[in-house]
Design a protein around this ligand. Structure first.
Ligand code: GLN
Length: 581
């Protein structure tokens, strides 16, 4: 292991040195602890859920934590990725468009993250190339090791300085063995060497197969996966086995022997009903204590704090498990059947549902099949409808037909971003008499372009990272439904990701027709929340924002809470109706 004295020179390298590991100012070697999570066998094991649950448990004990995801792809961010292939694009308050796992971290940790918590290979390489052009490499050839791996270590250490966290949780994307992630693994090995003993805890998350035809658990693929990690110079401290059923003693023994990991540091992480049960599973099987021991953090854990935090969490989980009444919510959209594309909405519904003691059952509505004629048969059994965010023309006439039907039939409606814009188009057409009204995203030559490109967006070319993105203040109009939901606060803060807006020229006509704009940007005429008054509809509300990104299990998002409350009322009315009939 490197000793402290030799490492203290790491930031002051001579021209002759072979190595390139600059330390950010203010960084002290060995002060910050790191938990680094790798996946083996296959992707999609739930590394983010696992790492965030572990981070949460340590945070509950009073430690400060900061997660970071290292993504192998060359994109600069997730903004241009198709959610159908990669899951939803999660937007942070600072406008970073990132992987959906960052949403999992924010929800689990109840902590806002920034672009410092998300790194892609594209960002790493672009920083290296920028430095090369500036001549920062002092005449050397620029290499994967030490320059690119040095950049990865810098990102981790910069996060350590910026966050001041006790423990940094590093999630390495993909699977051990992927070419694009290999240098992240090498950087992790170097980091552990440089930081010294008890600074880094390596956790390998793996998969134990249970082929139904055999009826027993098989660990060979997992063994080979760990072997690859060992070949890369990484000896895991902990092995966490994903599996359908709890893993058997025999499998634990085999995993232990093949990977030099003591038997009691091989853990079962089997499937459970809700991701929010995982922190408890970690505590019950002692995985959190193993991490604390490996990193020497025993003295810094406050068990009283832990007990209190866990009681609040257990209360939430208990309510979720006890809720048996089913609330049926319809979600329209073209990414139907792929739950990952709407992960945050599904979570926000679960949070608000649990606080109302109901289970939310989601029905996906393919809007390409819906029109004014058949909307009733497709929607009448639902207790509430969401039209979520989206882009482009596909299925939009069907969405508009859905909005019309729920508006006219007083079914609770929540429009999110595109769903807000669809509500404006529908209202303009069917209430304000603006025949052919549309968004210019779909119909650039519409006679009534009620939704049009934001002025600042008109000059922008290309698609990456340039929408109106991230957290913005929203001024709330007193006396409205929105005001009630936000506890009469005059202002709130929400997250945005859009290129189009309500064209301000049409606002007077829409208002004259009865639409209420209850949330606006404080200093621009950008409409951010719309609603219909209570005498016209029990709950008809849309927002240009994405409130789903703000919902946390113990702090459900207010607009979702209002929507679920209204949907529960509709369900109760419908039940009374059936009882009487
Ligand atoms: N396509 C719309 C816009 O760009 C809505 C975006 C969204 O739903 N995220 O404004």
């Amino acid at each position: 292991m490197a000793d402290q004295a030799s490492l203290s020179t790491v930031g002051h390298l001579s021209d002759e040195t072979e190595f390139y590991t600059p330390l950010p100012s203010g960084y002290r070697i060995g002060q910050t602890k790191y938990v680094i999570v790798f996946g083996t066998v296959m992707s999609g094991l739930g590394k983010g859920i696992f790492a965030s649950s572990l981070a949460k448990v340590l945070k509950d004990g009073g430690l400060t934590v900061a997660p970071i995801k290292l993504e192998g792809y060359l994109n600069m961010d997730s903004g241009t990725l198709n959610p159908f292939r990669h899951g939803e694009v999660f937007v942070l308050d600072d406008g970073m468009e990132c992987d959906m796992d960052l949403g999992t971290y924010e929800r689990m940790l109840d902590q806002n993250l920034t672009r410092a918590n998300f790194t892609t290979s594209g960002q790493i390489f672009s920083r290296v190339l920028e430095k090369e052009r500036r001549g920062s490499y002092l005449g050397r050839d620029v290499q994967m090791i030490p320059h690119v791996t040095g950049e990865v270590k810098s990102r981790l250490r910069e996060l350590a300085v910026a966050s001041g966290a006790d423990v940094i949780f590093v999630e390495i994307g993909g699977t051990v063995g992927d070419v694009e992630n290999a240098y992240f693994i090498e950087a992790a090995r170097e980091l552990a060497f440089e930081e010294g003993p008890r600074s880094v805890c390596f956790v390998a998350l793996t998969l134990i197969l249970e082929p139904p035809t055999l009826g027993e658990q098989k660990s060979k693929a997992a063994q080979l996966g760990i072997r690859r990690l060992l070949e890369n110079g990484i000896q895991p401290h902990i092995i966490a086995c994903r599996s359908h059923n709890p893993i058997t003693k025999k499998v634990r023994e085999k995993m232990s022997l093949y990977s030099n990991v003591p038997f009691d540091r091989v853990f079962s992480m089997h499937d459970c009903e809700s991701v929010y049960l995982i922190p408890k599973m970690l505590c019950e099987n002692g995985l959190d204590r193993a991490v604390v021991e490996i990193l020497g953090l025993e003295d810094r854990i406050d068990t009283q704090l832990s007990t209190r935090a866990q009681a609040a969490w257990d209360d939430y989980v208990g309510r979720f498990q006890r809720a048996t009444t089913t609330l049926r919510i319809g979600i329209t959209g073209k990414y139907t059947s792929v739950r990952d594309s709407y992960a945050s909405i599904i979570q926000a519904l679960e949070h608000a549902g649990t606080h109302h003691d109901v289970r939310v059952e989601i029905e996906w509505i393919d809007t390409s099949q819906i029109d004014d004629e058949n909307a009733e048969s497709a929607l009448q059994h639902l207790h509430g409808i969401i039209v979520p965010g989206g882009f482009g023309a596909r299925g939009i006439e069907g969405k508009i037909a859905c909005v019309r039907w729920v508006r006219e039939n007083k079914i609770p409606y929540l429009g999110l971003c595109y769903g807000f814009q669809m509500a404006v188009v529908e209202y303009a057409r069917n209430v304000c008499g603006l025949v052919g009204a549309n968004t210019t995203e779909v119909a650039p030559d519409s006679a009534y372009p009620v939704i049009d490109v934001l002025p600042e967006q008109k000059a922008i070319e290309g698609l990456g990272g340039n929408m109106r993105l991230g957290g913005r203040d929203v001024a709330i109009k007193a006396g409205t439904l929105a005001a009630k939901l936000f506890n009469n606060a005059p202002e709130t803060h929400m997250r945005f990701r859009h290129r189009y807006e309500v064209d301000p020229r049409f606002i007077p006509q829409l208002e004259a027709g009865g639409m209420v704009f209850s949330g606006r940007a404080p200093d621009h005429p950008i409409m951010q929340v719309l609603e219909l008054p209570p005498d016209r509809h029990p709950f008809f509300l849309g927002t240009q924002a994405h409130p789903e990104f703000l919902s946390r299990p113990l702090r459900p998002e207010p607009l979702f809470m209002g929507f679920i409350r209204a949907a529960v009322q509709r369900m109760q009315q419908a039940d009374r109706h059936t009882c009487r009939a």
